[in-house]
Design a protein around this ligand. Structure first.
Ligand SMILES: [Zn+2]
Length: 272
């Protein structure tokens, strides 16, 4: 079996994940767009600030019309539970409703099919993961850090690299930029944008984004871009003698064969 790389043979991916659909997301969206950075915003569609109600600078959500700010290139909107209830404290029907009502509301607003999520409060167990899968969710982010930057073993218990307030964040970013990894690495930063306002730390995230922006060896992607690419790479089929690989998915997949980098297009069989 060959080693899968990211698109165009890259070995590094960077993504962000911000929760709750807060008003301060608008500022982060601007910082990301101007630098070509992509990422994911997890929203609880049942909790919005009433239209016309002034923003007073606490942990307030977007108004329904402000949610339109997410409708832009390179931004994924994902499920965070319709009313931000702890998934592990719900009965199975309540959990299904909490997931599906949020999924449906976001899909209707953005004319898309939502396949991603983040756990409210980071709480999860085997039942929540299984239920999300049955609801068509491909990945769900926890709040438990994994500084290894290795690709996740279980996308439904996805561990981010670090919260933006992690004291090791800058050294993790420097390591990510400086290393030439054997296997693909994903740098994944998460948080809530009102924390930047509360901590007066917008400069922190701007500095991180400036370090990463424009790097040719990094794939800038949303959470679902990376998840679905990884799942597609794992779905490749090999001949019995290992000399051919078949790509049954809709994505072109990049592989490393010794020192050679090659790609197998959707529906193609190639000799390796
Ligand atoms: Zn939350």
């Amino acid at each position: 079996m060959l080693k899968a790389l990211f698109p165009n043979g890259l070995k590094k991916a960077f993504t962000l994940s911000y929760d709750d659909g807060c008003y301060d997301d608008i500022r982060l969206l601007g910082l990301m767009s101007s630098r070509g950075i992509k990422g994911t915003f997890n929203i609880s569609s049942g909790i919005t600030r009433p239209e016309g109600q002034e923003y007073i600078g606490s942990w307030e959500r977007m108004t329904p019309s402000e949610l339109e700010n997410y409708r832009r290139e390179g931004i994924e909107v994902a499920v965070h539970g319709e009313t931000h209830r702890d998934f592990t404290k719900l009965s199975e029907p309540e959990l299904i409703y909490e997931i599906m009502s949020d999924k449906s509301a976001i899909e209707k607003r953005f004319n898309t099919v939502i396949r991603g999520a983040a756990y409210p409060y980071g709480s999860f167990n085997d039942l929540t993961a299984q239920t999300l899968k049955r609801c068509g969710i491909k990945y769900c982010r926890t709040v438990w850090s994994d500084p290894s930057m290795e690709m996740p073993a279980d996308w439904l218990k996805l561990r981010p690299t670090a919260h933006h307030n992690d004291p090791n964040l800058n050294s993790l970013v420097d390591k990510f930029i400086g290393e030439s990894p054997e296997s693909p690495r994903m740098l994944y930063i998460w948080g809530h944008t009102p924390e930047f306002r509360r901590d007066d730390s917008w400069g922190l995230i701007e500095g991180i984004l400036d370090k990463l922006a424009g790097r040719k060896d990094v794939w800038f992607a949303t959470n679902i871009d990376i998840c679905e690419y990884d799942l597609a790479a794992k779905a490749l089929e090999y001949s019995a003698d290992g000399k051919y690989v078949y790509n049954p998915t809709a994505k072109e997949i990049w592989l490393e064969n010794g020192k050679n980098i090659l790609s197998v297009k959707s529906g193609e069989i190639i000799e390796i």
